[in-house]
Design a protein around this ligand. Structure first.
Ligand code: TK8
Length: 360
């Protein structure tokens, strides 16, 4: 409760501080330096004498690879800035879910969040190309596309929506858990009540498989599973493990039906107040911490299967043949959204994936 009150206090105090200083600095205690201009205007001195407080929030907990990545980011920023930029990390959706935090960035009330790209689709439809099921076969292909020209093209769409994208991190390949039965074939989805992310492509893809999907913020998933409001959910293994979904789900089916990236977002209102040096520190740190986060995530995903089995989950591996069948059922949904998103962009995506595939 105490922490919650503190978070709220920061949320309320920060905009005020931003307005007063008009330069995004706070923690004026270190500005005791004599001769600092008393004016309210933007001054270069702002980035010299004072400490920047950067509030960063994510939906997952501190032990999750994303949480570990955020701690790495904090360490890098504080080290590179000689302590002049301070990152305050908030985990487990204490500042809100992916959608809410992204809106807080747009409003200048929070500086950083690293959400799944999927909830962004209602704002920027092009991000939907990442939600096409069975697009990537492995992480190497995902890295090549996300870190290449297409990934950059999508980051470039963020500023007009009040956001700056610095890098892609990894949420990862998603797998289905449920409380009813193992899922192997497209028919096995029939009638299952499945929580999906707030994303129309996911919603329609699960509908086409005969499931009964319900979009919901991630922070509500555990209790929805526990109360049996839904039968199942889908997420990467590291997330299933770190959120203890095994306590409320018996079956884990390795479907790897879609890859979800995380995107490292900064509030544009905040970004525009930073000096080029400060921007560079944030960008380099987001990329460097992202490399670390991907490594930790891949290791965690690999270990999680055995850990979840040991915790009592019944795990089944879905064959490539059955994954193909699922892909065929979903195809009309993909075709429909390809038209909405823009055939050219989708073509570009397919070409990039093909290129990455050849490079093996
Ligand atoms: C965490 C979410 C989560 C995502 C979801 O904030 O909603 O299922 O996979 O990891 O981004």
């Amino acid at each position: 409760m105490k922490k919650w009150v503190k978070n709220l206090a920061i949320s309320l105090a920060l905009p005020g501080l931003l307005l007063m200083s008009a330069c995004g600095t706070s923690g004026g205690s270190s500005s005791a330096g004599a001769g600092a201009p008393a004016s309210k205007e933007k001054t270069e001195a702002a980035s010299e004498g004072k400490t920047r407080i950067i509030k960063a929030g994510i939906g997952l907990n501190e032990d999750h690879p994303e949480g570990q990545g955020m701690n790495k980011f904090k360490e890098l920023v504080e080290q590179k800035s000689g302590g002049k930029m301070k990152v305050q990390n908030f985990f487990s959706a204490t500042l809100g879910d992916d959608k809410k935090m992204t809106e807080a960035l747009q409003g200048g009330l929070q500086e950083i969040t690293v959400p799944s790209t999927s909830p962004l689709v209602s704002t920027i439809k092009e991000y939907g190309i990442y939600d096409f099921p069975f697009m990537f076969n492995n992480e190497k292909e995902a890295d090549a596309v996300l870190d290449g020209p297409l990934g950059q093209k999508l980051l470039d769409k963020l500023p007009e929506h009040g956001l700056v994208g610095l890098a892609y991190w990894e949420n990862g390949f998603r797998n289905l858990t449920n409380s009813k039965h193992p899922v192997n074939t497209p028919q096995d989805f029939q009638g299952l009540k499945i929580r999906t992310m707030q994303n129309s492509i996911h919603l329609e893809a699960f509908k086409s498989l005969g499931a009964n999907p319900t979009p919901m913020a991630f922070s509500e998933v555990f209790s929805a599973l526990e109360s049996k409001t839904v039968d199942g959910q889908e997420n990467p293994l590291a997330t299933i493990k770190s959120n203890k979904f095994n306590e409320v789900q018996d079956y884990l089916s390795i479907t790897k039906h879609v890859y979800t990236p995380f995107v490292f977002l900064v509030s544009k209102k905040f970004w525009d107040q930073l000096s080029p040096d400060e921007q560079k520190i944030l960008k380099e740190s987001a990329i460097e911490a992202g490399k670390y986060q991907r490594d930790v995530n891949r290791e965690a995903n690999q270990k999680a299967v055995e850990e979840l089995k040991a915790a009592g989950m019944k795990v089944n591996e879905v064959s490539d043949e059955n994954r193909k069948k699922m892909q065929e059922v979903i195809k009309p949904v993909v075709d429909k959204f390809a038209k909405e998103i823009g055939e050219d962009l989708v073509k570009e995506m397919n070409t990039e994936v093909e290129k990455a595939r050849q490079q093996k």
